[in-house]
Design a protein around this ligand. Sequence first.
Ligand code: AMP
Length: 369
Amino acid sequence: MIKLHDLHFKPFISEEEIEAAVKRMAESIASDLKDEVPVFVGILNGSFMFVSDFVKAYPKPCEVTFIKLASYEGVKSTEDIQRLIGLTQDLTGRTVVILEDIIDSGKTLAEVYRIFKSEKVKDLYIATLFYKPEAYKKDFKLHYIGIEIPDKFIVGYGLDYNGLGRDLSSVYQLKQTQYMTNIVLFGPPGAGKGTQANFLKEKYNLVHISTGDVFRFNIKNETALGMLAKSYMDKGELVPDQVTIDMLNAEVEKNAGANGFIFDGFPRTNAQADALDQLMDSKDSQINAMIALEVDDEVLVKRLLQRGKTSGRPDDADETIIRNRIQEYYNKTAILKDYYSAQNKYFGVDGVGSIEEITERLSQVIDNL
Ligand code: AMP
């Protein structure tokens, strides 16, 4: 990780990946232009490193020149009033390839087209090393693209943050979320995860996501997701991984500014645990702990049957379904203890006692993280 001014950036695109993309672009342009000797026009400042590497990789004769973005002096405006300057060479009848380091909104590109409208070039092509499809707002065709990237702020390889970072030989991405506490509350059905999550979310200001609750909400509202989930839940079986993972991702995205999350009922399989790690990684965060509530099976069955008298949940009302849910836990979910133990993140807590006693035991683990 690196720090430029006040912001942190994490490694994003390596030197090797950049080199391969530059080479690919150079070869593909050379092959398309055949015997034509093109004029490559770099847009300063950002493209200096790309243009330098690009022309070295270009396998045929070529010319190189630069133009620059500059503000009109003395014009006061909050609008972006930058203009391209520095085009002194006569390009009449020439094949011109614009070399851009990055195209996001396409504003600079609009300027390029404005300037070249009055030049009598033979052909004008646009080549960009990085391209943000989500941010691009124009219709100009981009003839050559090196690497497509998400709409996130990057520095390095010519690109800067307030003047710094242009000299870096690889590309870094802005690190967004700083610190989150993310906890997986674990245990078989009836262990008390939901009850405890309600206390812990207040105490630690975390967002509680219960996949079971989200499914039940969808069933109540008769959504397509709800109808699909119901067929599994009614039998006490797990809903398929991809359905559950997509839903969980969407729930996390809805709470982008959260201090952290308590995951209750998720992950329940190895595939879900992998997906959760990837999701946390994409938020520059991680799961800090899996805290498991340990309770005997017979106590669980008794608790769930008792809860079924008031919860209105069909899967709490029938002892066969309850036992199937517990069996699903042992068959598919219990192995996650190993997954988190391997990362030294597993903490077992006795789940039998008063609600307050158990909250206290869980808090002790969280406070020590
Ligand atoms: P719960 O409220 O956590 O006891 O979940 C009730 C039911 O919802 C489970 O028996 C499953 O059918 C379904 N479910 C909840 N979370 C998941 C998950 N992470 N993966 C698959 N199915 C789930």
